[in-house]
Write a protein that binds this ligand. Sequence first.
Ligand code: SF4
Length: 346
Amino acid sequence: MTNPVNTSSDKSVLTFSALNTFRNCPRKYKHRYLDCLRPREKAEALSFGHVIHGAIELWYQRVDDINRLWTVLEYIDQQYPEQIGDDRQKTAWQLARAMFTGYAARYPGEDFEIVEVEKSFTGEIRNPDTGRLSQTFVMSGKADAIVKLADGMYLLEHKTASTIDANYLDKLWTDTQIALYSFYLRQLGYPIVGVIYNVLLKTRLRQRAGETEGEYDIRRAELAAKNKSGKTTAKRQLPETDEEFQARLAEWYARPESFHREQVYLSEDRLAMLQDEVWEITQQYLDARRRGKWLLNTSNCFSYQRPCEYLPYCQSGFNPNVVDNLYEIVLPHEELTPVESEQPIF
Ligand code: SF4
C-alpha cells in the first residue's frame, strides 16, 4: 500500500518528518507511511504539544486583537471536551491553560515583528553533484513562524520541553529540520539568518490526591510511635482542590525560567551538507521501495526516552492480531492535518 501525495507536477511530496523516519528506521517508515498504522492510544506528550502548538499559532495570528488571550484559552478548552469526566483530559487542560496564561504574561509584547505564521513551502530536490532535479519528489513543510529582528529574518520555532539544560540546548545544533526549512524558505525570498527556539517548559506538578483513610491511619500511627506521649496532632491530608492546584500552577508559570528563548545562527556549511543528505536519503528510499526491503533499526527502538510506538508489532514478528488490537489505519486524507509531522509522505 503506497501513500503518495502528488503535487501539480505529479511528483510525490516528501516532508522532513518522513525523511527523518526513514533515516532512523526504514521499518518504522513502512509501518507509519506505507501501511498507515497509527497507535489507537495517541501518545499524551504528542497530543499536548499539538494543543500548545495550536495555541501559540493563534496567539501570533492575532497580535492586534486585545482579546486574543481569551480566544486562545477558548481554543484550549475546546481541545479537551471531556475535561469534566476524564481525569487525564482534566490534567492536560489545566496544564495547557496555566502554561499559556503564563506565556501571555511573560511575552505581552515582542522585540520581533511577525512576518509569517505557519508558512508552508514546497521546493525541488536536486542532486548536488549534477544539479539534476529529482523526478520523483519535491520537499514540503511548514515553518511555525518567520519573524524579523534588526539583524535579519529568523524562524521562530516553538518547542515544549521537560527540562532546559546544557544538553538540551546543545542538541538544538543538530536540528536538521530547521536548517532544511531555512534552505527552502530562502529560495522563496525569505533571507533567514537563524532560528529563535521558543521553549515552553512542561511542569511536573500534579494535583495532590490526598490521603485515603488507610494511609492516614498508617502515617498517624508512625508519627505517634515517634512521640514520647504516643500521640500526634497530624491531620489527614485532603485532596487538593482545583483552585488550589491552579494557583500552584500559576505560581510555577510566573517564574522566568518556565520559558526560554534561544537564538541560533545558521551554519552555511550545514546548509550545503543538507542537500547531500536529502538526496542520498531519497536514493536509499527508492532502493528500499524497489527491492521491498524495509530494515529494522533496533538501535532506534528506545529513542526519545520512550519505546517506539511500533515496538509491540515488531516484537510480535508482525503478528496481524497485534495490529488489530493496538493500531488503526489512518487513511491518507485524514492525515492531512495542519501539523507537518503528521503528514504523509513519499
Ligand atoms: S520498534 Fe524499533 S525496529 Fe520496530 S519500527 Fe520501531 S524503531 Fe524500528
